[in-house]
Design a protein around this ligand. Sequence first.
Ligand code: RIB
Ligand code: CA
Length: 311
Amino acid sequence: MKIVIDTDPGQDDAVAILLALASPEIEVLGLTAVAGNVPLELTARNARIVCELANRRDIPVFAGASRPLLRPLVTAEHVHGRTGLDGPDLPDPTMALQDAHAVDFLIDTLRREPAGTVTLVPIGPLTNIALALRLAPDIAPRIARIVLMGGAYFEVGNITPTAEFNIYVDPEAAAAVFGAGVPLTVLPLDATHKALVTRPRAEAFAALGTPVGRAVAQMTSFSERFDLAKYGSDGAPLHDPCTVAWLLAPELFSGREVNVAVETASPLTLGMTVADWWGVTDRAPNALFIGDLDADGFFSLLTERLGRLPA
Ligand code: RIB
Ligand code: CA
């Protein structure tokens, strides 16, 4: 399957990208960077660092939106560090950024590839995806599926009491994506908070004995500081790779086709994803909202695939 990953690396984004690059079932057509965890200049830099870590300088990387559609940018250096990829000591990228804007790449790719053959995997704020849909509404029916990390319902929020970070940063963009009528799979905190990098799982990354294994162990141990202090759990959630894992092994996940609406007005609940899990409204289902996963199966798949990347 052909995918484009829209990303704001971020250590967990990096692991998602590595999983995709390690999996022969997936052809990564390109990475589109968006401002989120850290500003755009850094997310575009980090995306290239990850490609070079995987020895995949052939992957085109594009810079996209430097801020949300309407609101000022909110970043998350408190989780990901100043660079957004703190933890491992990785060299600056030598591969160039593509000249085209990420949104133009998204539009051109979806118009060029046969309809229904490209899946979009957004794992940051949805600004680039919303801009592409607004600039070129004709691409909507050509998208096979959008598989995104974002939102929360039973698990509540992580950046505010009610909102998950990716949705909160650009709620208007999220509302546009959820309302676009494109087949949608949502990996919310309800699922990703069950994908915890426990000590044995982190040790399994390091035990790969490869630069990728070592880097992933260092990335996940860096970004866990914030989550352990906050949640007191026995490991930090590994959010973004759940999207790629769902593409590879959907049987590891369970969810429900429900209506999901995004709060864009209330200062109290801005960015909340309101999932009608019990079908109490007449709002039509618009997303497969994932509520659970087989965490051991997820980490086994992830670790095995990371082990395939070059030593
Ligand atoms: O809330 C988790 C999401 O926000 C992840 O995508 C993480 O990388 C950050 O972007
Ligand atoms: Ca992300």
